[in-house]
Design a protein around this ligand. Structure first.
Ligand SMILES: NC(=O)c1ccc[n+]([C@@H]2O[C@H](COP(=O)([O-])OP(=O)(O)OC[C@H]3O[C@@H](n4cnc5c(N)ncnc54)[C@H](O)[C@@H]3O)[C@@H](O)[C@H]2O)c1
Length: 314
């Protein structure tokens, strides 16, 4: 097998840090080049190469791909759901153009593989709320969801038209303790752990009985790497795979935290993000991912809560 040289774009973000570290373990530190618009994340320092890169600058991106002999790209740069609603044009422009830049270069340079995440935000109010299937009505109402859905079809197009081996997952809300979240609607499920440890109380901007699909970061990293390592013939979905770990409401996660911190209390003050949450499914049917490449999560709410509280240092 040819030696892989991997470029991670958006490596200083919530997923990027952990994915870069995981890829470095598999492919070797020097073969995984971390890149971001912002400075190198502290956790990445000293673990491998880092380049400062704006994915919107296609020429510079192309130069890096050639100079570093890149064979695979993981594109993680994006503007997320809550931030996107504050600046819709910027979200559309970054989320679309970054993907088109990467796809064009992947085609031109015959890259081995590309990874680009989509999101449960592709679903909208008309999609089924429970066990939302892989193929269903999809009418997103956020600019983030619109950009992800359009992106899925660009991935599918580049695969079928030009043979680019691009793979994608519709991540649920991701919960992690290493790097902080970057402006999504589900960030409350991370903030709650910081506040529980620091102040023993949390005011949630999502209402108490609002269920959302969620996943613990180790499962998201595992899913990403398993998808990328699966033989191409196992990949039947070239838009983006539904992926599920757990579903819970603010009330339920608060109760799980209370088992470890009995004095913890939660209050509710829904804001504009409630409307975004209300437009998404409460749970996801990911049978296609399970059947195609054997997806199975390791963490439920209880196991994740314990691990978060054990590892989060505030
Ligand atoms: N975190 C989640 O819960 C979640 C859920 C579903 C999908 N996703 C998707 O996963 C991907 C990564 O998400 P994340 O949570 O790590 O986001 P994040 O905001 O934490 O990280 C994104 C990174 O991209 C960088 N970036 C922004 N503009 C850039 C540019 N022009 N050039 C280079 N880098 C740039 C940012 O500096 C940041 O470090 C995104 O595509 C996101 O839509 C995330």
């Amino acid at each position: 097998m040819a030696k892989e040289r991997i470029l991670v774009i958006g490596a200083s973000g919530q997923i990027g840090v952990e994915l870069t570290l995981a890829l470095r373990k598999i492919y070797g530190n020097t073969n995984v080049i971390a890149s971001d618009l912002r400075e190198e994340n502290e956790l990445l320092k000293g673990t491998g190469p880092y380049v400062s890169l704006d994915v919107m600058n296609k020429e510079m991106l192309h130069v890096q791909v050639i100079r570093q002999n890149i064979t695979q790209i993981y594109l993680l740069a994006a503007i997320l759901s809550a931030t996107g609603e504050k600046n819709p044009h910027l979200a559309w422009s970054l989320n679309m153009q970054s993907l088109l830049n990467v796809l064009d270069i992947a085609k031109e340079e015959h890259l081995q593989k590309v990874y680009w995440p989509s999101s449960i935000a592709v679903f909208g109010p008309t999609s089924p709320k429970q066990n939302c299937p892989q193929q269903t009505i999809i009418e997103p109402t956020t600019v983030y969801g619109i950009s992800k859905y359009a992106g899925e079809f660009w991935c599918n197009y580049f695969h079928h038209r030009y043979g680019v081996d691009i793979r994608s997952l519709r991540y649920p809300g991701l919960i992690s303790y290493k790097s902080e979240p970057g402006g999504g609607t589900t960030d409350y499920a991370v903030e709650i752990f910081y506040k529980a440890k620091q102040e023993k109380k949390y005011e949630s901007y999502i209402d108490k009985d609002t269920y959302l699909p969620m996943m613990y970061m180790p499962d998201a990293i595992k899913a990403t790497i398993e998808l990328m390592e699966a033989p191409a013939e196992k990949i039947s979905i070239r838009t983006s795979y539904n992926l599920s770990g757990m579903s819970f409401s603010p009330k339920e996660i608060a109760a799980a935290i209370k088992k470890h911190i009995p004095e913890f209390s939660i209050s509710y003050k829904p804001d504009y993000r409630q409307q975004i949450a209300d437009s998404w499914p409460q749970s996801i049917d990911d049978r296609v991912a399970r059947n195609d490449w054997g997806w199975k999560e390791d963490y439920d709410l209880e196991k994740m809560t314990k691990d978060m509280l054990d590892n989060l240092t505030v």
